[in-house]
Design a binder for this molecule. Sequence first.
Ligand code: HEM
Ligand code: HEM
Length: 133
Amino acid sequence: MSKITVWFLRLAMIYFLIGALFGLDMAIVPRHMIYRPVHVHLNLLGWMSMMIYGVAYHILPRFSGRPLYSDKMAQIHLWLANIGLIGMVVFWIFYNKGLLMVFSLIEFISILLFVYNMLRTVKSITMPPPPGS
Ligand code: HEM
Ligand code: HEM
């Protein structure tokens, strides 16, 4: 497994734990429902997306039979996805609209990098002809 994959999987597990803790906290302390977007994005951008990123970086180059289009882009993706998410979480908690927007944009750019890198990686997958044709 590449370092990128390992890091995404490790971080996904950490976000899962923290995201679930926020859920538990909301279930126990009703006035903490204001943390719902924090809980949701730690789980969906942190746990689920990062798990998918890690698995995708491992599996998709193997499916397509060619190396990842850009390792550099994947590395920048790893940093931006985490900086973006942590910033979003911090500025949702200590609400700051301007900084929330900045970190949301960083998160979005990370998503664009992932999508572009993956599309370029799977670009030339061709299906083999069916047997007997
Ligand atoms: C121990 C685990 C978890 C607990 C205790 C928990 C608890 C909660 C609570 C109390 C709410 C607020 C519900 C309300 O608005 O009345 C909530 C909302 C939500 N949770 Fe969790 N949760 C957990 C794990 C997860 C996971 C793993 C995910 C996703 C992968 C998730 C996704 C969501 C989403 C999307 C919402 C918002 C739903 C909406 O918009 O109405 N939760 N959760
Ligand atoms: C760049 C990435 C993203 C940004 C900047 C973003 C931003 C936001 C914002 C500003 C809200 C409204 C929060 C509020 O009620 O105050 C929201 C809600 C929500 N987002 Fe995202 N989001 C992103 C990615 C995603 C992804 C990838 C998913 C799912 C896989 C997701 C699932 C949700 C859900 C379920 C809600 C409703 C939460 C609730 O019930 O309170 N978001 N998002």
